[in-house]
Design a protein around this ligand. Structure first.
Ligand code: TXA
Ligand code: MG
Length: 356
């Protein structure tokens, strides 16, 4: 299939407005449009059209038991597709538009294949101006998973989506690099008013708590699925973002990591393995000197978790270009934005964590 690709830097030009209207009309006609959001790129189709939803699963190569998020231009639009509540309204007032997805009881306006027949639907109002303009132009809510092929990291720039989706969708809007770089925070509103955190993201637990919300972090956020545990968010059971090489996370302080690498990385390199390091900016020069045969990827300053979040998926994709055997990276902390990094990285590492 022929994919139209357009770059939009700002919505100010008449040409950009025309492209958005064209993409909106494609969505309304049942087509698929890849678009930027502040978290990651989305692979969008009309959320009220079951055949558009089927096309999304097909284009992504995604099992149809893993439901889609519906994107609305205005938080109040959620009421048309879900049963909202005062807590939703509070979250909407304080945090939307933004990187937050809320799971609510679904209305019949949303077809069953969008929610994988669950009694609930995931609703998000993105902040990115192109995303909001596109939803408005479409005149319908847009169902969109991350626009990666199933199994690869979520795309955070135009080159990623073109690589994964060219030939699979009608239209790709390249709007540059994603501001946040990790997918939205997902919370489920429980009957007792607790927010169950199903996926950490740009809205941190601390931020939700500061608003007076009671937050419970689902076990699967920081752990693997245990035998017999029920799946709260179907996406949790799938293997995610695994790079081709074995990613190994080092749990320890800076000295511990360096001492470990001086032994283990050196011996891997001596065995002829191709190795890489995902390293904090501050460590890159030292590592390049200590381990000249290893490839060093800079994934942001140690103190700046927002920067690490923004770079992580792009770096994981880059590692795949080098036919590597092993990649070592620091294990993030489990608070602030660190929790979202921790959650993505333990999955990418298939839970290979070494205490150093
Ligand atoms: O930032 C984001 O959320 C991006 C952008 C495009 O908005 N979207 C995204 O979608 O990450 P996706 O499909 O890759 O991840 C959505 C996750 C999946 O793990 C899915 O299982 C879960 O949300 N989900 C969707 N509907 C659900 C529901 N009703 N109950 C529980 N989990 C749900
Ligand atoms: Mg995804």
């Amino acid at each position: 299939m022929q994919t139209k690709i357009a770059h939009i830097d700002s919505l100010d030009s008449p040409e950009a407005q025309r492209l958005i209207m064209e993409a909106g009309a494609m969505i309304r006609a049942g087509g698929l449009v890849v678009f930027p959001t502040e978290t990651v790129y989305g692979l969008g189709g009309d959320a009220t059209n079951p055949s558009a939803a089927s096309r999304i699963y097909e284009a992504k190569g995604r099992p149809s038991d893993n439901p889609l998020i519906i994107h609305v231009a205005d938080p109040a639009d959620a009421e048309k597709y879900a049963f909202t509540c005062p807590l939703y309204e509070k979250l909407a007032r304080e945090l939307m538009p933004g990187p937050l997805t809320v799971i609510l009881p679904v209305r019949q306006t949303i077809p069953q294949n969008v929610t994988a027949s669950l009694p609930t639907v995931a609703v998000r109002c993105p902040e990115h101006p192109i995303a909001r303009a596109l939803i408005r132009a479409a005149g319908v809510p847009i169902a969109a998973p991350s626009a990666n092929l199933s199994g690869s990291p979520s795309p955070t720039n135009g080159a990623h989506v073109i690589k994964d989706m060219n030939g699979r969708v009608d239209f790709i809007i390249d709007g540059g690099s994603s501001e946040i770089g990790l997918e939205s925070t997902i919370v489920k509103i429980e009957d007792d008013g607790t927010l169950l955190l199903l996926r950490p993201g740009g809205i941190t637990v601390e931020k939700l708590t500061a608003l007076g919300c009671k937050v419970k972090v689902a076990n699967a956020v920081t752990e693997g699925m245990k035998e017999g545990e029920t799946v709260l968010s179907p996406g949790m059971k799938y293997k995610h973002y695994a790079p081709k090489a074995s990613l190994i996370l080092l749990d320890g302080d800076n000295e511990g990591r360096e001492a470990f690498l001086k032994e283990k990385l050196k011996s891997s390199l001596q065995e002829g393995k191709k190795c890489a390091l995902l390293a904090y900016s501050e460590d890159c020069a030292v590592y390049a000197r200590l381990f000249p045969d290893a490839r060093v990827f800079d994934f942001g300053s140690q103190a700046n978790e927002e920067e690490q979040a923004k770079l992580l998926f792009a770096r994981l994709r880059e590692t795949d270009d080098f036919d590597l055997d092993e990649i070592y990276a620091p294990l993030p902390r489990q608070s602030g934005m660190g929790l979202a990094l921790y959650n993505r990285m333990i999955r990418a590492a298939a839970h290979r964590i070494l205490r150093v």
